[in-house]
Design a protein around this ligand. Sequence first.
Ligand SMILES: [Zn+2]
Length: 101
Amino acid sequence: MKIKKGDTVLIISGKDKGKKGKVFEAFPVQDKIAIEGVNIVKKHRKAKSEKEKGQVVEVPKPIDVSNVKIICPKCSKSVRVGYKIIENKKYRVCKKCKQEI
Ligand SMILES: [Zn+2]
């Protein structure tokens, strides 16, 4: 998967289109990512004891990786990611500024 945890991405489709956020969880098997502040769903957490109150927590629901573009930390533009291989190591590169990201 081209996007990793910690990347900043721009949402390019769906109800959160135009939002930016940081990836805090990547799910490579499902090709999905969870982004801070994006696609928030409310979950009810049950009280664990009688003293505690049940509460509503807001958690981001993972979205499809095809709905986002990575924001290059070098040129600050939303870009497509390419790869280069140097001495058998794979690096991600920004297709715009050609820098490693
Ligand atoms: Zn760039």
